[in-house]
Design a protein around this ligand. Sequence first.
Ligand code: HGA
Length: 607
Amino acid sequence: MCGIVGIIGTDPVSDRLFEGLKRLEYRGYDSAGIATIVDGRIDRRRAKGKLANLAERLREEPLPGTVGIAHTRWATHGAPTTGNAHPHATDEVAIVHNGIIENFRPLRQELEARGRTLTSETDSEVVAHLVSEAIEAGKHPREAVAAVLPRLHGAFAIAMLFPRYPDLIIGARQGAPLTVGYGEGENFLGSDAHALASLTQRIAYLDEGDWAVVERDSVQIYDRDNAPVERPIVHSGASAALVDKGNHRHFMQKEIYEQPMVVAQTLKSYLRPLEEQVALPDMAFDLAGIERVAIIACGTASYVGMIGKYWIEQFARLPVEVDVASEFRYRDPVLLPGTLGIVVSQSGETADTLAALRHMKQANVTTAGIINVPTSSMAREVDLLLPTHAGPEIGVASTKAFTCQLSVMAALAVNLARAKGRLSAADEAEIVRHLIEAPAALNEALAHDAEIEAMAHTVAAARDVLYLGRGPDYPLALEGALKLKEISYIHAEGYASGEMKHGPIALIDDNVPLIVLAPSGPLFDKTVSNMKEAQARGAQVVLISDADGIASAGEDAVATIEMPRVHPLIAPLVYAVPVQLLAYHVAVAKGTDVDQPRNLAKSVTVE
Ligand code: HGA
């Protein structure tokens, strides 16, 4: 989603600002822009579409200046046009904004009633005009910002520069992340450590409500009450190298192929192979006191939650509810004592999930987070951080983060079960042995890539596709459908196999591929019965199963994809691979923008 970079320096900044935007590109955006101070005035270059368009504008008309702010915009209010691209500016201030100013309508009306002309359709532009008015009325930018921030409702991270005050830039944060970077004779603002990685490794994370006056040789941070505060300067550790695609055509493909390695890395920090035990990081509470679990997430991560429900209920015999964050936070959920609230998020910044986490904390719920970015807001706010070690995930469609999240969810389920006295040492040892096999099984699954590529055209021609699964493979069917929708723009739905006959079977005809996820095991025969019901009505079945499953039920399928024979516990991890590869090859066949599909953003920092 939107990215922010700001530099106050002594050398020209526009190249370095652009490089910072490149680092934020993976978040997804639909326009971009840079503003600097040139001869005491604001100068801007903005372009809709990809950063290449902004680069072209900068080549046509280079932008000098040693103070600048830059932005990638994922439009929420107003179309992704050049005119709506940030920075927004008046004569007194230029601003870039990430988030939503929820009360922009009355603020805009108020500004227009005072005769001000706003030129964009964005919510963000009101901030520029409010700050500008205050400066025009004689306030120093510091006082202007202090006066305007309390008037803004909603979530935001903002960076601003002031042409008549070229010795400072100001950043503010409420509900969207912003960091201050410390350099030598120059300082920075950035959406995250990654954005600033080639500029500095010394960063401070702003707290909620903080704002910062950043000068070349000093930084002063204030809290929401405008009291000066210190925030620790930490070593970011973010790699300065831009993540590249290696030998792969797309980041998504690279990330699918990284799964054996990153799942192994993740499991390594949770498994003690010699003792055949699962171990979680130290925690300040006792898992034995947990009576119920609430898992909150969005999108792909919410399917990890659904699979976690099967595992935690099966092993730990604790009731689990799973909710998408945007519903949870507004439905006044009943949170009883003894609840463990688990959030799952790759970025750790997903606005809805972060708000749900804060809601649970306010209700005194003990919280844990399965999170990939250890410096993120959620990682810093949960009581127990359960990190995934997937490395940076650049493709907008989540792949390796999903399987790493599942690995951690399995470890958590086992720990809960042991803490509740519901899992014998022998059963735990068996589960650990199966989890240790997961990376090798993922490798075996990847070996079927060419077959999947060869049959992708069967699906690429379809208008609608259905996915079926039962038990923990049902959320995987949902994930398969989501992946296909996200990157190939084909309408797809996932259903619990047993639900087909209660409605969706009406959709079946010989133009609708039915992707059936059916590892052999206790649920296999039931799923196959539902598959047969659909086949009897013309369904074109693609059966994803192991050799035994394909031998017993594959004869009428239009295609089969063979997976290794694995224990049902790790089947959702392994079967994620064909589901991801199928969506990937269908999207490539259709020629879509696989890594940055239309309308989508990676780190969803708005509601
Ligand atoms: N609401 C602003 C910024 C959008 C944003 O933060 N996207 O991630 C706009 O629409 O310009």
